[in-house]
Design a protein around this ligand. Structure first.
Ligand SMILES: [Ca+2]
Length: 366
Protein backbone atom coordinates (compact mmCIF):
# COMPACT_ATOMS: atom_id res chain seq x y z
CA UNK A 1 0.00 0.00 0.00
CA UNK A 2 1.23 3.52 -0.77
CA UNK A 3 0.07 7.12 -0.36
CA UNK A 4 -2.15 8.21 -3.30
CA UNK A 5 -0.40 11.58 -3.60
CA UNK A 6 3.25 10.95 -2.80
CA UNK A 7 3.54 7.26 -3.59
CA UNK A 8 5.20 6.74 -0.22
CA UNK A 9 4.85 3.12 0.84
CA UNK A 10 4.25 2.29 4.50
CA UNK A 11 7.59 0.92 5.62
CA UNK A 12 8.57 -1.85 8.00
CA UNK A 13 10.51 -0.64 11.07
CA UNK A 14 13.82 1.13 10.36
CA UNK A 15 13.37 1.28 6.59
CA UNK A 16 12.92 4.43 4.55
CA UNK A 17 12.78 5.76 1.00
CA UNK A 18 9.61 5.97 -1.12
CA UNK A 19 9.62 2.23 -1.74
CA UNK A 20 11.09 1.36 1.68
CA UNK A 21 14.20 0.03 0.03
CA UNK A 22 16.92 1.64 2.16
CA UNK A 23 17.65 1.56 5.90
CA UNK A 24 17.09 4.72 7.97
CA UNK A 25 20.09 6.75 9.03
CA UNK A 26 21.90 5.02 11.94
CA UNK A 27 20.54 1.68 10.73
CA UNK A 28 22.06 -0.90 8.45
CA UNK A 29 21.15 -3.97 6.48
CA UNK A 30 22.85 -7.04 7.82
CA UNK A 31 25.29 -8.83 5.58
CA UNK A 32 24.10 -12.28 4.58
CA UNK A 33 27.53 -13.69 5.40
CA UNK A 34 26.77 -13.18 9.06
CA UNK A 35 27.10 -16.87 9.95
CA UNK A 36 30.86 -17.01 10.23
CA UNK A 37 32.77 -19.67 12.16
CA UNK A 38 36.40 -18.67 12.57
CA UNK A 39 39.05 -21.25 11.78
CA UNK A 40 41.41 -19.87 14.44
CA UNK A 41 39.00 -21.05 17.16
CA UNK A 42 38.01 -24.33 15.48
CA UNK A 43 39.07 -27.66 16.94
CA UNK A 44 42.17 -29.02 15.25
CA UNK A 45 43.13 -32.67 15.45
CA UNK A 46 46.85 -32.16 14.81
CA UNK A 47 49.21 -30.68 12.25
CA UNK A 48 47.93 -27.13 12.43
CA UNK A 49 48.63 -23.93 14.30
CA UNK A 50 46.75 -20.72 15.12
CA UNK A 51 48.05 -17.83 13.05
CA UNK A 52 47.16 -14.39 14.44
CA UNK A 53 47.51 -11.53 11.98
CA UNK A 54 47.78 -7.85 12.82
CA UNK A 55 45.66 -5.51 10.64
CA UNK A 56 47.38 -3.52 7.92
CA UNK A 57 48.81 -0.23 9.18
CA UNK A 58 48.49 1.57 5.85
CA UNK A 59 44.72 1.97 5.78
CA UNK A 60 43.94 -1.13 3.73
CA UNK A 61 40.97 -3.06 5.08
CA UNK A 62 41.31 -6.58 6.40
CA UNK A 63 40.63 -9.33 3.91
CA UNK A 64 39.98 -11.81 6.73
CA UNK A 65 37.66 -11.96 9.76
CA UNK A 66 38.29 -12.66 13.44
CA UNK A 67 41.84 -12.47 14.72
CA UNK A 68 43.46 -14.48 11.95
CA UNK A 69 43.67 -17.99 10.57
CA UNK A 70 44.41 -21.62 11.26
CA UNK A 71 47.47 -22.75 9.37
CA UNK A 72 46.85 -26.31 8.24
CA UNK A 73 49.10 -28.90 6.68
CA UNK A 74 48.20 -32.19 5.01
CA UNK A 75 46.18 -34.92 6.64
CA UNK A 76 44.48 -32.90 9.26
CA UNK A 77 40.95 -32.23 10.41
CA UNK A 78 39.23 -29.04 11.57
CA UNK A 79 35.85 -29.10 13.32
CA UNK A 80 33.68 -25.95 13.35
CA UNK A 81 30.66 -25.25 15.56
CA UNK A 82 28.18 -23.42 13.36
CA UNK A 83 26.06 -22.06 16.21
CA UNK A 84 22.29 -21.63 16.03
CA UNK A 85 20.82 -21.24 12.57
CA UNK A 86 18.45 -18.22 12.24
CA UNK A 87 16.24 -19.42 9.40
CA UNK A 88 15.34 -22.73 7.78
CA UNK A 89 16.62 -22.57 4.24
CA UNK A 90 19.30 -23.86 1.91
CA UNK A 91 22.83 -22.65 2.63
CA UNK A 92 26.05 -22.78 0.72
CA UNK A 93 29.03 -23.82 2.82
CA UNK A 94 31.81 -21.42 1.86
CA UNK A 95 35.46 -21.75 2.84
CA UNK A 96 37.55 -18.57 3.01
CA UNK A 97 41.30 -19.08 2.91
CA UNK A 98 44.65 -17.77 1.76
CA UNK A 99 46.98 -19.92 -0.29
CA UNK A 100 50.54 -20.12 1.04
CA UNK A 101 53.75 -20.73 -0.88
CA UNK A 102 54.76 -23.30 -2.03
CA UNK A 103 51.40 -23.21 -3.78
CA UNK A 104 49.43 -26.33 -4.44
CA UNK A 105 45.79 -27.29 -4.82
CA UNK A 106 44.32 -28.74 -1.66
CA UNK A 107 41.44 -31.21 -1.69
CA UNK A 108 39.06 -30.89 1.22
CA UNK A 109 36.28 -33.21 2.30
CA UNK A 110 33.45 -31.19 3.88
CA UNK A 111 31.12 -33.12 6.18
CA UNK A 112 28.03 -31.61 7.77
CA UNK A 113 27.28 -33.12 11.17
CA UNK A 114 23.61 -32.76 12.12
CA UNK A 115 23.42 -32.99 15.89
CA UNK A 116 19.66 -33.52 15.63
CA UNK A 117 17.76 -35.45 12.96
CA UNK A 118 15.89 -33.60 10.19
CA UNK A 119 12.28 -32.86 11.10
CA UNK A 120 10.33 -35.08 8.65
CA UNK A 121 7.79 -32.27 8.10
CA UNK A 122 10.32 -29.51 7.37
CA UNK A 123 11.28 -28.13 3.98
CA UNK A 124 14.70 -29.72 4.57
CA UNK A 125 13.16 -33.20 4.60
CA UNK A 126 11.47 -32.34 1.31
CA UNK A 127 14.77 -31.02 -0.11
CA UNK A 128 16.56 -34.24 0.83
CA UNK A 129 13.75 -36.37 -0.62
CA UNK A 130 13.86 -34.47 -3.91
CA UNK A 131 17.60 -34.04 -4.35
CA UNK A 132 19.17 -36.65 -2.07
CA UNK A 133 22.03 -34.18 -1.59
CA UNK A 134 23.47 -35.85 1.52
CA UNK A 135 25.85 -34.25 3.98
CA UNK A 136 29.28 -34.80 2.39
CA UNK A 137 30.86 -32.52 -0.21
CA UNK A 138 34.29 -32.43 -1.80
CA UNK A 139 35.91 -29.13 -2.73
CA UNK A 140 39.24 -27.93 -4.05
CA UNK A 141 41.12 -24.95 -2.66
CA UNK A 142 43.11 -23.67 -5.59
CA UNK A 143 46.10 -21.33 -5.24
CA UNK A 144 44.47 -18.87 -7.65
CA UNK A 145 41.48 -18.18 -5.39
CA UNK A 146 40.64 -17.37 -1.77
CA UNK A 147 37.20 -18.92 -1.63
CA UNK A 148 35.80 -22.42 -2.19
CA UNK A 149 32.09 -23.20 -2.32
CA UNK A 150 30.68 -26.60 -1.44
CA UNK A 151 27.99 -27.58 -3.91
CA UNK A 152 25.09 -28.35 -3.83
CA UNK A 153 23.74 -26.30 -0.87
CA UNK A 154 22.76 -28.01 2.39
CA UNK A 155 19.35 -27.46 3.97
CA UNK A 156 19.58 -26.36 7.62
CA UNK A 157 16.75 -25.91 10.09
CA UNK A 158 16.28 -22.88 12.33
CA UNK A 159 17.45 -23.13 15.96
CA UNK A 160 19.28 -26.41 15.49
CA UNK A 161 22.98 -27.00 16.11
CA UNK A 162 25.39 -28.21 13.45
CA UNK A 163 29.08 -28.88 13.07
CA UNK A 164 31.16 -28.86 9.92
CA UNK A 165 34.20 -31.07 9.63
CA UNK A 166 36.96 -30.32 7.10
CA UNK A 167 39.41 -33.06 6.19
CA UNK A 168 42.52 -31.91 4.33
CA UNK A 169 43.82 -34.73 2.23
CA UNK A 170 47.31 -35.48 1.11
CA UNK A 171 47.95 -35.85 -2.58
CA UNK A 172 49.39 -39.24 -3.45
CA UNK A 173 52.21 -37.79 -5.51
CA UNK A 174 53.09 -34.77 -3.46
CA UNK A 175 56.84 -34.91 -3.67
CA UNK A 176 57.52 -31.40 -4.89
CA UNK A 177 55.77 -29.57 -2.07
CA UNK A 178 55.74 -31.82 0.99
CA UNK A 179 55.38 -28.86 3.35
CA UNK A 180 52.47 -27.17 1.55
CA UNK A 181 50.15 -25.41 3.94
CA UNK A 182 47.12 -23.17 3.70
CA UNK A 183 45.74 -20.42 5.92
CA UNK A 184 42.09 -21.17 6.61
CA UNK A 185 40.17 -18.04 7.64
CA UNK A 186 36.65 -19.27 8.25
CA UNK A 187 33.67 -21.38 7.27
CA UNK A 188 30.73 -19.19 6.25
CA UNK A 189 27.11 -20.18 5.66
CA UNK A 190 25.54 -18.13 2.87
CA UNK A 191 21.81 -18.56 2.34
CA UNK A 192 20.89 -19.76 -1.09
CA UNK A 193 19.75 -16.36 -2.30
CA UNK A 194 18.29 -17.68 -5.56
CA UNK A 195 15.53 -19.54 -3.71
CA UNK A 196 14.24 -16.42 -1.90
CA UNK A 197 10.62 -15.47 -2.74
CA UNK A 198 11.33 -12.19 -4.57
CA UNK A 199 13.35 -14.15 -7.12
CA UNK A 200 10.61 -16.68 -7.87
CA UNK A 201 7.01 -17.15 -8.93
CA UNK A 202 6.39 -14.34 -11.46
CA UNK A 203 7.95 -13.13 -14.70
CA UNK A 204 9.09 -9.91 -12.97
CA UNK A 205 10.79 -11.91 -10.22
CA UNK A 206 12.44 -14.21 -12.71
CA UNK A 207 13.71 -11.17 -14.59
CA UNK A 208 15.20 -9.90 -11.33
CA UNK A 209 16.96 -13.21 -10.78
CA UNK A 210 18.29 -13.07 -14.29
CA UNK A 211 19.73 -9.58 -13.67
CA UNK A 212 21.10 -10.64 -10.29
CA UNK A 213 22.93 -13.52 -11.91
CA UNK A 214 24.04 -11.59 -14.98
CA UNK A 215 25.77 -8.94 -12.85
CA UNK A 216 27.22 -11.59 -10.52
CA UNK A 217 25.80 -9.74 -7.49
CA UNK A 218 26.20 -12.77 -5.28
CA UNK A 219 29.97 -12.78 -5.58
CA UNK A 220 30.13 -9.87 -3.15
CA UNK A 221 29.15 -12.24 -0.34
CA UNK A 222 31.87 -14.80 -0.88
CA UNK A 223 34.87 -12.71 0.11
CA UNK A 224 34.96 -10.55 3.24
CA UNK A 225 32.39 -7.77 2.88
CA UNK A 226 33.69 -4.37 3.89
CA UNK A 227 33.54 -0.85 2.58
CA UNK A 228 35.27 -2.02 -0.57
CA UNK A 229 31.96 -3.54 -1.65
CA UNK A 230 31.12 -0.11 -3.07
CA UNK A 231 34.08 -0.39 -5.41
CA UNK A 232 32.92 -3.70 -6.79
CA UNK A 233 31.82 -3.75 -10.41
CA UNK A 234 28.04 -3.47 -10.78
CA UNK A 235 27.58 -2.19 -7.22
CA UNK A 236 24.96 0.35 -8.36
CA UNK A 237 22.86 -2.41 -9.90
CA UNK A 238 23.47 -4.95 -7.15
CA UNK A 239 22.87 -2.65 -4.17
CA UNK A 240 19.06 -2.99 -4.30
CA UNK A 241 19.43 -6.77 -4.28
CA UNK A 242 21.90 -6.67 -1.38
CA UNK A 243 19.33 -4.66 0.59
CA UNK A 244 16.41 -6.96 -0.31
CA UNK A 245 18.33 -10.12 0.47
CA UNK A 246 19.56 -8.72 3.80
CA UNK A 247 16.10 -7.43 4.82
CA UNK A 248 14.52 -10.75 4.04
CA UNK A 249 17.12 -13.09 5.50
CA UNK A 250 17.70 -11.18 8.74
CA UNK A 251 14.15 -9.81 9.03
CA UNK A 252 14.67 -6.04 8.84
CA UNK A 253 17.42 -3.54 9.56
CA UNK A 254 19.63 -3.08 12.64
CA UNK A 255 20.78 -0.14 14.72
CA UNK A 256 24.44 0.85 14.09
CA UNK A 257 25.35 1.11 17.79
CA UNK A 258 28.83 2.35 16.99
CA UNK A 259 30.96 2.26 20.13
CA UNK A 260 31.26 5.82 21.45
CA UNK A 261 34.85 5.37 22.55
CA UNK A 262 36.15 3.51 19.53
CA UNK A 263 34.22 5.19 16.67
CA UNK A 264 34.66 8.51 14.93
CA UNK A 265 30.93 8.77 14.06
CA UNK A 266 27.56 7.34 15.07
CA UNK A 267 26.69 6.58 11.45
CA UNK A 268 27.63 3.22 9.99
CA UNK A 269 27.78 1.79 6.51
CA UNK A 270 24.20 1.14 5.31
CA UNK A 271 25.22 -2.29 4.06
CA UNK A 272 27.00 -4.48 6.58
CA UNK A 273 26.94 -1.84 9.34
CA UNK A 274 30.67 -1.14 9.56
CA UNK A 275 31.31 1.85 11.83
CA UNK A 276 34.23 4.16 11.20
CA UNK A 277 36.95 3.29 13.73
CA UNK A 278 39.68 5.28 15.47
CA UNK A 279 43.31 4.24 14.91
CA UNK A 280 44.03 0.56 15.61
CA UNK A 281 40.41 -0.14 16.62
CA UNK A 282 38.52 -3.02 14.99
CA UNK A 283 35.15 -4.80 15.10
CA UNK A 284 31.95 -3.92 13.22
CA UNK A 285 31.08 -1.37 15.86
CA UNK A 286 34.71 -0.44 16.74
CA UNK A 287 34.69 -1.93 20.23
CA UNK A 288 38.14 -3.44 20.61
CA UNK A 289 41.84 -3.12 19.90
CA UNK A 290 43.34 -4.78 16.84
CA UNK A 291 45.87 -7.57 17.45
CA UNK A 292 49.26 -5.98 18.13
CA UNK A 293 47.73 -2.96 19.93
CA UNK A 294 46.43 -2.18 23.43
CA UNK A 295 44.82 0.40 25.74
CA UNK A 296 41.34 0.92 24.18
CA UNK A 297 40.47 4.58 24.85
CA UNK A 298 39.40 7.92 23.36
CA UNK A 299 42.53 8.04 21.17
CA UNK A 300 42.01 4.52 19.84
CA UNK A 301 44.61 1.88 20.68
CA UNK A 302 48.40 2.13 20.98
CA UNK A 303 50.84 -0.12 19.15
CA UNK A 304 52.41 -2.84 21.32
CA UNK A 305 55.85 -2.17 19.78
CA UNK A 306 57.22 -5.31 21.42
CA UNK A 307 60.97 -5.58 21.07
CA UNK A 308 61.74 -7.85 18.14
CA UNK A 309 64.64 -9.47 19.98
CA UNK A 310 63.41 -9.55 23.56
CA UNK A 311 59.74 -10.48 22.95
CA UNK A 312 58.24 -13.69 21.59
CA UNK A 313 55.96 -11.82 19.15
CA UNK A 314 54.29 -8.43 18.68
CA UNK A 315 51.08 -9.31 20.54
CA UNK A 316 50.66 -7.74 23.98
CA UNK A 317 48.12 -7.70 26.81
CA UNK A 318 45.14 -5.65 25.56
CA UNK A 319 44.88 -3.73 28.85
CA UNK A 320 48.42 -3.30 30.19
CA UNK A 321 50.34 -3.58 26.93
CA UNK A 322 52.75 -6.10 28.47
CA UNK A 323 54.58 -8.00 25.75
CA UNK A 324 55.51 -11.66 26.12
CA UNK A 325 59.17 -11.52 27.20
CA UNK A 326 61.75 -14.21 26.54
CA UNK A 327 63.32 -15.62 29.69
CA UNK A 328 65.52 -12.98 31.37
CA UNK A 329 64.19 -10.00 29.35
CA UNK A 330 62.08 -7.43 31.11
CA UNK A 331 59.92 -4.31 30.78
CA UNK A 332 56.62 -3.67 28.96
CA UNK A 333 58.30 -3.95 25.58
CA UNK A 334 60.83 -6.60 26.78
CA UNK A 335 63.70 -4.28 25.89
CA UNK A 336 65.65 -4.45 29.16
CA UNK A 337 67.30 -6.98 31.45
CA UNK A 338 65.67 -7.92 34.73
CA UNK A 339 66.98 -6.03 37.76
CA UNK A 340 70.06 -7.92 38.95
CA UNK A 341 71.11 -8.93 35.45
CA UNK A 342 72.90 -7.23 32.54
CA UNK A 343 74.15 -7.58 28.92
CA UNK A 344 70.82 -7.21 26.98
CA UNK A 345 69.60 -9.14 25.04
CA UNK A 346 71.75 -12.01 26.39
CA UNK A 347 70.85 -11.09 29.95
CA UNK A 348 72.97 -12.75 32.66
CA UNK A 349 72.92 -12.50 36.43
CA UNK A 350 75.25 -9.73 37.68
CA UNK A 351 77.11 -11.97 40.23
CA UNK A 352 78.59 -9.10 42.24
CA UNK A 353 81.09 -9.61 45.00
CA UNK A 354 79.72 -8.76 48.38
CA UNK A 355 80.81 -5.79 50.48
CA UNK A 356 83.80 -7.60 52.06
CA UNK A 357 85.50 -7.96 48.65
CA UNK A 358 84.41 -4.62 47.25
CA UNK A 359 87.85 -4.04 45.79
CA UNK A 360 87.11 -6.68 43.11
CA UNK A 361 83.69 -5.48 41.95
CA UNK A 362 82.97 -4.77 38.30
CA UNK A 363 81.56 -1.42 37.09
CA UNK A 364 78.13 -2.98 36.29
CA UNK A 365 77.52 -3.81 39.94
CA UNK A 366 75.99 -1.26 42.26
CA1 LIG B 1 39.49 -15.93 10.73
Amino acid sequence: MCDVNTGQCSCRPNLSGRTCSVPEQNYYVGPVDILISEAEVSQCKDNCQVFIREPYRDGRENTWTGTGFMKVFDDTELVFDLGKIPATTNYEIVLRYEPQPPYDTENVMVTLDRLEPIDPNSTCAEYERNYNAGDIRSISMSPGSNVAIASPPVCLEANKDYKVKLNFQRYKNRTITPSASILVDSVVLIPHVESMPFFQGSPANEQRLEEYKRYKCKEAYYTVINQNIKNMPNYEICQKYHYSVGFYFLDGAFSCQCDRTGSTSAICDSLGGKCSCKPNVVGRNCNRCAPGTYGFGPEGCKACDCNSVGALDNLCDVTTGQCKCRSQTYGRECDQCEPGSWNYPDCQRCICNDIRTRANHTPECA
